[in-house]
Structures are given as C-alpha cells and as structure tokens.
Design a protein around this ligand. Sequence first.
Ligand code: SAH
Length: 345
Amino acid sequence: MGKLDIRSLNFTELTDVLTNRGLPKFRAVQVYAWLHEKGVSDFSEMTNLPKALRETLAEECTLHNCKIDTKLVSTLDETVKYLFELGEGEYVESVVMKYKYGYTICISTQLGCKMGCSFCASAIGGFRRHLLPSEMLSEILTAQRDLGVRISHIVLMGTGEPLDNYDNVLRFLELVTDEKGLNISMRHISLSTCGVVPRIYDLAEKRLGLTLSVSLHAPNDAIRSKTMPVNQKWSVETLLEACRYYTEVTSRRISFEYAMIDSFNDSDACARELASRLRGMLCHINLIPVNTVREKNYQKSSEDRLRRFSQILEQNGLTVTVRRTLGSDINASCGQLRASKTQRR
Ligand code: SAH
C-alpha cells in the first residue's frame, strides 16, 4: 500500500487517523498546524512532536512537496514563474503576480489537460494525471516560503481543468480556506473552467462564494467548436444556461474570459452577437489579447480591435476589462514552461 497523503486530509480525518493510533487529540491540532498553517516540507520540522512520532509519520505518510526546478523573475513587473518538480519526472507550473492588493498565485490543477483547446499550451503533451489536494497546496506553500510573503489570492487558471478534477479541487478549497490553515478567503479565489456543464451545476449547489470564470472565447458554436473541443459536448447555449443558473443560485457575478484572436473571433459582428447573448446576465467580460504560443499560429488582435470590441460590449450595457499582461518577458502564461521542459525531455 502507498503512503498516506496526510496533507490532503481535513482536520476531522486527521484527528481520526491519529486518535485511532491511540494518540491524544491535541496531537492532531499540532500536526494540522504544521501541515497547513506553517506549511512544513518535512516531518522533522514538527519540533513539538516526540521524535518517535515524527519518525513514524515520516515512514507512513508523504507530504507531496513541490521542489523548485526553475524560477523566472520578470524584470518588468516582479511576476515570478515557477516550474515545480513533483517527483516521477513530472512538472507543474505556478505563477505569482504582485498587485496593489497583495500577491496572487495562479496554480495548476492537473498535469497536462484533456480539454485540448487549440490555442492553449497546456494541451501540448496531453493529460498525465490529476493533482492531489496536497500538491495544489504545496504549489502555494512552496512559493510563499521561497518568496517570504503571504499569498492572499488564488486563481485556478494554470494547467488543467479544475472541474475535471472536481473532488480534489473541492477538498483543496476546503483546506486552503480553513481558518486553522492558510486561511485564504473564498472571496479571494477564482476558479476558471472551459465549461464542464454538469459540474457548474454541482458547484452552484455548494454556494462557495468564490468567483467562477468561464472561458467562452467565442459568441457562437461555429467559432467556439473550432478551438474548443469541449463545445461539441456542451454547446454555448447549454453552457450559458448553466451560467445563468449559477448566478441565480449564488448571486455571484460570472467572469467570462474572451481571448481575442486576430480575424477569428474579434469582429464587430462577434462583439454584437456576444452582447446579445450575455445581455441581462450577472456577468463581467474579461478580454485577453491571445498569447502567442510558439507551437500555435494564432495572432493577437490589434489594440484598435480590442478597443472597438470592448466599446461595442459596453454600449450594450456589459462591463468589460482588458486584462493586463504580466510577466511577458518570462513566458508567464499557462503551460508554456512545462511544455518546453516536456519537449526537451
Ligand atoms: N481549464 C480552465 C483553466 C485553465 S486555462 C479553463 O479553460 O478555463 C486559464 C485561462 O487561460 C482560460 O481562460 C484559457 O482559455 C486561457 N488561455 C489558454 N491559452 C491561452 C492563450 N494562448 N492566450 C490567452 N488565453 C489563454
């Protein structure tokens, strides 16, 4: 049997594990604090435990630490990109961005991705496996420790489709927001999905208070299906219906991501069609000039196009922002560093 993934247990489960071995309950309080509040990377750091207990834990449990393989720091805006090694020759990437309100980390939720969006570097190399709750936590703990700062915001927008790793992501959210742990507010967490419709309904029922981002990238099925295979399973209308349901149940605004690709989805007609489909919805649109990934030949829309597109949306009563590009000198968008590492291998 494999070792116990102790950092993925919640407090109740950890307490059961330890008390079943005849240990007093306060040991669970101590161990949980080391794992989640202090974020140790080794059992030997748990200095208020008896040495014998530390040794037993080390024998029977594993911490699934991320090790820093590569760290790139942007000279433009202090964005830091990490390529972490997870063992077994697997790599995962995270990006830390500095904003006026604090540090935000963009974490990966899977090794690779099944969704196959044609503009996205995460699809390169295919899907390897889901990340465990402990591994997602370790992305944050490792970056935080390395930088010596407190990370206050999380976006689940790195490699992978969070709603395709639903149970692990939900457990991760439970642990990372725990007052006895990293204690990051649910209001400071965004989860981005390409549109796994049944899971959007499930997530709505949880009423978590996080921000749901939906990668729309097109106003209709004809355009969306060309770049996003997921659209063949759940059409734009099916997706928008789930989004409407989500906003009704949670009263939370949805953020639609729209990557602007030159002469593909950035015409005035696209903007008008998008506006007519989203009108009246509790939402916000985030326009992103598509990031050119070396392996793909999509080009960014021009500044003029972006301005005109957002103007049309605004004239139709929608709220729009154009996402600022951070870390452009270090290839900071998702999947690119991992893809280059995987290809070198
Ligand atoms: N699987 C999730 C989260 C990961 S991708 C999702 O699809 O939402 C995070 C965001 O980056 C998504 O909106 C995705 O569509 C976008 N993205 C991927 N590749 C991009 C690129 N080359 N340029 C701009 N945005 C991109």
